[in-house]
Design a protein. Structure first.
Length: 157
């Protein structure tokens, strides 16, 4: 019963982690694509909310994912030195290593907007390009983690 409760929490937190990350990315990207006269205000709104969501939901869900995943792995007797569980942990670390600088960039972009008198600066353009280049592989790796969770030992013998 404890395992099933952990599994439920793990699935729900993965939904929150993936949904919050994807949702905030879409929010920021859509704001960036707006017309110039609306873009700055939309970006400030998007970045304010994305930063809050990242710290309150995405980070919390990521921590829950790690704790529940490791706990279930121990309870089920899985090896952490190879196979699908090891691969998923490596991918999780890779996603986290992409998310941290992306979250930091969001804060820098917000600061740049506040100090730019309503103009999108060349520095902002550079930051959002890097943010996108971090986000795309993180999104793809999250999908691979889901695939590993679903197919587990059918992928790794």
């Amino acid at each position: 019963m404890t395992y099933l409760i952990l599994k439920t929490i793990h699935i729900l937190s993965s939904t929150l982690l993936f949904g919050a990350g994807t949702g905030t990315a879409i929010l920021i990207f859509r704001a960036f694509l707006m017309r110039n006269d609306e873009r700055n205000e939309a970006l400030q709104f998007a970045l304010n909310h994305a930063i809050s969501v990242d710290w309150y939901f995405t980070l919390a869900a990521g921590i829950v994912q790690l704790i529940t995943g490791i706990t279930m792995g121990i309870m089920a007797g899985y090896s952490f030195t190879g196979g699908w569980l090891f691969a998923s942990l490596l991918l999780f670390i890779a996603v986290f290593s992409l998310w941290v600088p992306a979250a930091a960039l969001q804060m820098r972009m917000k600061k740049d907007l506040l100090h730019s008198s309503g103009e999108i600066t060349p520095a902002f353009h550079r930051m959002i390009k890097i943010w996108i280049m971090l986000g795309i592989p993180a999104f793809i790796l999250m999908i691979f983690i889901f695939i590993l969770m679903i197919f587990r030992s059918q992928i790794f013998f």
